[in-house]
Design a protein around this ligand. Structure first.
Ligand code: NDP
Length: 331
């Protein structure tokens, strides 16, 4: 068994030398416990941002899909898959009622998703899917006919938010970092998609949102967010989900004056963490599963290969290599 231990705080992009891969001895299984083997590990932007607050050295956080390979718990038989926050490790021994908590994901059995891959439990049927579902429904609270803008739109959360917003009858405008990603967003139903690296953002907003923006799902922060917020309608709602544009700067705050827009348009702007809805987790997964079965929810995965390539995968998503959810296939 192996695990990643973070030994240095990230400076700029994460580096392999910030980690040590450590061999682990696994304990004997006690009554009620299971032994799992990681199949897919998740890489998520929060990993870059969160590790700033940890005391080092520390086990690397993260969700994974693992196969139960030994069990002394009849509710969790050998051969089944679980998702859990086991961190970046190949094997885990735990009692499923008291799992390790190295991340955002509760321990659950992976729902039957055939013909789709089990890895969806890290994407549309997992933490990003629930972030999209609850962040949109509970914070943006879009009504049919309203216009929603989404940044980080081609990623795991953003691409999902846009599709739910279409299901709810909204006009959807997305911003992503390449023309190919924008093309994909149009294929999955976005009304407009703009490459934020080449477009004039105000002109894009005028074209894509002629009635201005009612809801903004903010995955990136920074200047583009200020431009969008200043383009919103009265009583608009902003769900602040992430600020990936500043994660590699160790979150140095950048001053932007937003108060006039907030005051005169009486905007509601609210940050959230998806674990706020941990008690409603299944509701989100089931809603997303139903939309998937109905063919209303499409997804893409960017699959990296090998436990040794975790850092490359994490850097990859921070650089925008992924469309949809990025995961690492362990073997
Ligand atoms: P993504 O799949 O969206 O991957 C990250 C994407 O961010 C990249 O593909 C890249 O796409 C984009 N990106 C990278 N750097 C920049 C930049 N400087 N400016 C704008 N975009 C950039 O990740 P997730 O869907 O998993 O997460 C999206 C956001 O949601 C993140 O901010 C994350 O922290 C947040 N999040 C928050 C949660 C919560 O509970 N609040 C839970 C889960 C996620 P591109 O090519 O378009 O630049």
């Amino acid at each position: 068994a192996q695990k990643y231990v973070l030994t240095k705080y990230f400076q700029g992009e994460p580096k392999k030398s910030d980690f040590k891969i450590v061999e682990e001895e696994l304990p004997e299984l006690k009554d009620g416990e299971i032994l799992t083997e990681a199949q897919y590990l998740s890489v998520d932007p929060y990993m870059r941002a969160y590790m700033i607050g940890y005391k080092l050295p520390t086990d690397m956080i993260g969700g994974q899909i693992a196969k139960i390979i030994a069990s002394r718990n009849k509710n969790f038989p050998v051969g089944k898959y679980v998702t859990a926050s086991f961190g970046w490790r190949t094997h885990t021994v735990c009692n499923p009622e008291e799992p390790p908590s190295l991340g955002f994901l509760p321990l659950t059995l992976v729902p039957e998703v055939k013909p789709h891959p089990v890895s969806l439990a890290l994407g549309v049927l997992g933490m990003p899917g629930n972030t999209a579902y609850f962040g949109l429904k509970e914070i943006c609270r879009p009504k049919a006919g309203e216009t929603i803008a989404i940044t980080g739109a081609a990623g795991a959360v953003g691409s999902h938010v846009g599709q739910i917003a279409k299901i709810l009858g909204c006009r959807v405008i997305g911003f992503a970092g390449t023309d190919e990603k924008c093309q994909y967003l149009k294929e999955i139903g976005f009304d407009h998609a703009f490459n934020y690296k080449t477009a004039d953002i105000r002109a894009a907003l005028k074209e894509g949102a002629p009635k201005r923006v009612d809801c903004y799902f903010d995955n990136v922060g920074g200047e583009i967010s200020s431009t969008i917020i200043n383009f919103m309608n009265k009583n608009g709602r902003v769900a602040v989900c992430g600020s990936i544009s500043s994660y590699n700067d160790n979150m140095l705050p950048k001053a932007t004056i937003l108060q006039p827009a907030l005051v005169f348009k009486e905007l509601q702007i609210e940050g959230f963490l998806v674990n706020r809805w941990i008690d409603r987790w299944e509701e989100g997964v089931n809603a997303n599963l139903n939309w998937l079965h109905e063919g209303k929810l499409q997804y893409k995965e960017k699959i990296y290969h090998g436990f040794d390539n975790m850092v490359e995968a994490l850097v990859g998503i921070l650089r925008g290599e992924n469309t949809g959810k990025a995961v690492v296939k362990v073997k």
